[in-house]
Structure formats: structure tokens, C-alpha cells
Design a binder for this molecule. Structure first.
Ligand code: UDP
Length: 341
């Protein structure tokens, strides 16, 4: 019988891509979302891509403990992947209480029920936990630096919540934290992708919205960083590759293959790409010119960070496959799909 995975925040950008990959790998998925930062576009896209009209969708808030309990009572959940969280760094600085309440309470509710049920938990963490690293690439052993935003702090704290729960339950709850680098792009079908509300904070949605004419000009934040071309370097990971990593991690958990009850994996390509290189690649692969200018540095940005993904390559048997060009083409296809072109 196929196993059932609960995907909290499953209607969002990452959650919808993960749902597709899980279903295509033979898992049953329950999607739960409060739609605070998305609409049903991606969920509808997931149904189309998978040909599954019957995917359960539960509208609920994970901060509501009674609703979380009911969810676990209504469905036999083998593992939960927890995405439901706020994610805007700048907003978290302006409204820390909102971030702490939402991101911590929702995960605590999940852990509370998971420890009662002996359910496995996969937490969606972030490379932000490394802060400004002393050396790059970062491995899972690289120290976590003090968080530079309440958002980053919630990622660190939630990792610790999971580690401590696994320890206290003596492995009845098994946990994996996946530390994402910079997820970009969209599904090759162009039926699901990123849907930022208002002005995008992230680079690639800003690029595609500038290219389509929604934004006048991309500002490249800083060209005086100590990097080869002066712009920041990141590890841009294709969203489908990132989603596939979750399938490998869930399989490892549910098939009893974990070597420790709590494991952490970097999910990145291992390849640094600068902002300017990304812009140039976008222009080249999509055959267009982008309006951009150099602007002052953005507060809180680290100059360079990329992953050493060796552990995920070796232990999960996963590796990033799509080229940055393919990914940037998919991002542009998605933007055109949204514009009805
Ligand atoms: N960036 C930029 N212009 C923008 C948005 C982002 O130059 O309009 C840069 C940003 O300074 C960083 C990189 O793009 O160096 C990636 O930023 P993003 O917000 O996408 O992800 P982060 O690495 O901050 O999580």
C-alpha cells in the first residue's frame, strides 16, 4: 500500500512542486494550506500535471492546534513535510512577532501531534542558517551563525525543535532538515511556479517581471562585493530538482534507511553563480535584453554562499540535474504563462 505524506503549505511554490514529485513517485499526498500567501493556481496546476483530481486539499491554519489534531485524526499520515511558514526576510524584520508566532507555533503543533503518533517529520530549512559563512562552500558541519533576521531565526529554532523532539522520543519521531539554497524556476509544464504578491523580493521573479514589462528596471544590489565580478554569488537550485530531493528524503525516512534519527542535508548544486552571470544567462537563453542597473547593496545580504551537496549526493542518492539555462527558460515560460502569452 502506498504511504501517505502530509504537505503543509502544499499549495505554495515549493509545496506544489514537491506534491507533484511525490505523487509521480507513487505516494499519496494530503495538501493542507491556509492560502495566506497563495491562491489555488498552483494546486489546480498540480491536479493537471498529475492527472489526479482527487488530491485531498484541507484549508487550515497550522497555528490552530485543534485543526492540526483533526487533520491527523482524519488521515493516516506516515510523514509530514512542513512548509507552512512566512518567508519574507524584510517583513520579518519589520514584524518579528508575526513571524515568531506563525512560524514557531505552527511547527510546534505539528511536532506535538507527530510525537503522539510517531510520525516522521521533514522540515524545510534554509541556507540562511549559515549566515555569512567563514568559508565556502558550506557543508552541513559548517557552523550556524547568529541569524540576521527573525525569519532566519525561526529556521534555526525550528531545526532545534525537531532535533530535540527526535532526541526526546528516542527516534520514535525521525526528522530530516533540508537546507535549501536559492530555489528558482518553474515546472517544465509551466502550470506551476512562483506567484509573488506585490513587488518581488527575490531575484528571479524580479527578472521575469522586468522582462515582461511589469517592472521597469531590475536593480542589482551591489557590484563592489569581494567576488569575481563584484556581485553576490548564490547557489541557484532548480525547483524541480529541489522537489525531487524531498522524494529521496521521504523514501529514506519511510524505508528505514536513516543512519541517524535526525539528519540534515544541504540541497544545492555546489555551483556559485553571480547576480550578473544569472542576468546574462537569462538574456542569452531567452533571447532578450533586460533593463537593469547597479544599485547600492541590500542590507543583510551575504556576499557569497553556495553548497557542498556531497552528503545529499552520497546519502540520498540525489543530485541537481537541470542546468541554470534550462531553469531560467522555465522561469520565463511560467511568467509568459501567467501573462497569457
Ligand atoms: N538581488 C538583486 N536584485 C533584486 C533581488 C535580489 O540584485 O531585485 C540579489 C540579492 O542582493 C542577492 C541575490 O540577488 O545577492 C539573491 O537574492 P534573493 O532575494 O533572490 O535570495 P537570497 O539569497 O537573499 O535568499
Amino acid at each position: 500500500m502506498s504511504k501517505t505524506v502530509l504537505v503543509s503549505g502544499g499549495a505554495g511554490f515549493i509545496g506544489s512542486h514537491v506534491t507533484v514529485e511525490l505523487i509521480q513517485a507513487g505516494y499519496e499526498v494530503v495538501v493542507a494550506d491556509n492560502f495566506s500567501n497563495c491562491d489555488t493556481t498552483c494546486f489546480e496546476g498540480v491536479k493537471k500535471i498529475t492527472g489526479r483530481e482527487d488530491i485531498p486539499l484541507v484549508r487550515m491554519d497550522f497555528c490552530d492546534e485543534a485543526a492540526v489534531r483533526k487533520l491527523f485524526a482524519d488521515y493516516a499520515i506516515d510523514a509530514v513535510i512542513h512548509f507552512a511558514a512566512y518567508k519574507a526576510v524584510g517583513e520579518s524584520v519589520a514584524e518579528p512577532v508575526k513571524y515568531y508566532k506563525n512560524n514557531l507555533q505552527s511547527f510546534l503543533n505539528v511536532l506535538d501531534v507527530a510525537q503522539e503518533k510517531g510520525c516522521n517529520v521533514l522540515f524545510s530549512s534554509s541556507a540562511t542558517v549559515y549566515g555569512e559563512p567563514d568559508t565556502v562552500p558550506v557543508t552541513e558541519q559548517s557552523p550556524r551563525k547568529p541569524a540576521t533576521s527573525p525569519y532566519g531565526n525561526t529556521k534555526q529554532m525550528c531545526e532545534d525543535f525537531l532535533r530535540d523532539t527526535v532526541l526526546a522520543t528516542k527516534g520514535l519521531v525521525k526528522g530530516i532538515a533540508l537546507r535549501y539554497f536559492n530555489p528558482i524556476g518553474a515546472h517544465p509544464s509551466a502550470l506551476i511556479g512562483e506567484l509573488p504578491r506585490g513587488v518581488p523580493n527575490n531575484l528571479v521573479p524580479f527578472i521575469t517581471q522586468t522582462a515582461i514589462g511589469k517592472r521597469e528596471c531590475l536593480s542589482i544590489f551591489g557590484n563592489d562585493y569581494p567576488t569575481p565580478d563584484g556581485t553576490c554569488q548564490r547557489d541557484y537550485i532548480d525547483i524541480v530538482d529541489l522537489a525531487r530531493a524531498h522524494v529521496f528524503a521521504v523514501r529514506r525516512m519511510l524505508d528505514g534507511k536513516m543512519e541517524q534519527d535526525y539528519e540534515i542535508f544541504n540541497v544545492g548544486t555546489g555551483r556559485p553563480v553571480s547576480v550578473l552571470e544569472l542576468v546574462n544567462a537569462f538574456e542569452k537563453v531567452n533571447g532578450l535584453k533586460l533593463n537593469y542597473k547597479f544599485a547600492p547593496r541590500r542590507a543583510g545580504d551575504v556576499s557569497a554562499i553556495w553548497a557542498d551537496p556531497t552528503l545529499a549526493n552520497e546519502k540520498l542518492g540525489w543530485r541537481a540535474e537541470r542546468s541554470v539555462e534550462e531553469t531560467l527558460k522555465s522561469a520565463w515560460d511560467w511568467e509568459k504563462h501567467l501573462a497569457g502569452k
